[in-house]
Design a protein around this ligand. Structure first.
Ligand SMILES: [Zn+2]
Length: 312
């Protein structure tokens, strides 16, 4: 990215780089304004000074900005150093963090507080301008969460499973990046839109024979490969091995780290977290994930707890 992309490679370096509030404050400042302060009010690249309460006072228009204004840290009453530690802790664990173990680990008084911190961080785990998947991509739908429902038994509220469409890049036998999206039904309308939003044109899209994908055959933007069970004893999951492996990893993560305890209305944020971690699994340093999360955290509008609950 740029020469300012400096991050601690491991926890020892983290402890040296972030010792107090000032270290964290400076890190956020440099990340937000790598080429010098720009006043959010007058957009001027003016001189500024810091007030007693560490507000940034613009010499041009007199506006006083907080370094955390407009970020997920906006209005927090907790030290930035605590946020930094928790962000490190969240990215450092391969399996991620749950509200229960955050509550125990950080001594938060309530589950709700721990949950809302993690939820704020999950909001920062999506990049709106993220690159599309490319190459050979397997796409399939799956049901996640809730309890098993028999055929014909629908509309059991929070207990019902959520339909999710999954796309995975195939790099030989390895899996590249992944994408998830919750869809209301497995119709062409939603499946093709998902493909167009998430997969680069020119890519090969590999699906099973479900008719929802059939418009792809006439879509000149993609090559479409349909895999069907040959009758030679192969199982459905062998048709699209990459996407089915991802499907089982997500389910294992939800049932393990989160004990299957995810409300359908928040599932999309958990899927964002899974993708954030999975898509960076090849990063050499955990610190790189910390850096990406921080970059997006200072670029994400704040969400008060009430709004986190109300929405979705
Ligand atoms: Zn100004």
């Amino acid at each position: 990215m740029n020469t300012n992309e400096h991050y601690p490679k491991d926890f020892q370096e983290f402890l040296i780089q972030f010792k107090n509030e000032e270290d964290c404050w400076n890190y956020i400042f440099e990340m937000r304004w790598p080429n010098g302060y720009i006043c959010p009010k007058c957009n001027g690249n003016n001189k500024y000074w810091l007030t007693e309460h560490k507000l940034i006072h613009c010499a041009g228009c007199g506006y006083q900005a907080s370094v955390t204004g407009g970020t997920i840290f906006h209005g927090t009453r907790k030290p930035l150093l605590l946020w930094f530690h928790i962000m490190w802790w969240v990215v450092a664990q391969k399996t991620g963090a749950s509200a229960n173990n955050l509550m125990d680990f950080m001594g938060f008084g309530s589950y709700e507080t721990a949950w809302s911190w993690l939820q704020k961080l999950r909001r920062a785990m999506v990049r709106p301008e993220r690159d599309k998947l490319s190459g050979d991509i397997e796409v399939d739908e799956t049901y996640i969460g809730g309890v098993e429902i028999g055929k014909g038994k629908q509309g059991r509220g929070a207990d019902t499973k959520t339909l999710v469409v999954v796309a995975t890049e195939c790099v030989g036998k390895q899996i590249g990046r992944v994408r998830f999206e919750i869809i209301p039904e497995a119709s062409s309308e939603y499946l093709i839109q998902f493909i167009e939003n998430n997969i680069d044109t020119g890519s090969k899209v590999i699906t099973d024979g479900w008719r929802g994908y059939s418009p792809l055959t006439n879509n000149t933007n993609y090559k479409h490969e349909i895999k069907v069970i040959s009758g030679s004893g192969s199982e459905a999951h062998e048709l699209l091995p990459h996407v089915h492996l991802v499907d089982s990893l997500v389910k294992r993560w939800i049932n393990g780290t989160h004990q299957g305890n995810i409300s359908p209305k928040y599932l999309s944020y958990y899927l964002d977290e899974f993708a954030f971690r999975f898509n960076r699994k090849l990063s050499t340093y955990r610190g790189k994930l910390f850096y990406r999360l921080m970059q997006q955290a200072v670029d994400t509008s704040p969400k008060p707890f009430k709004e986190l609950i109300k929405e979705a």
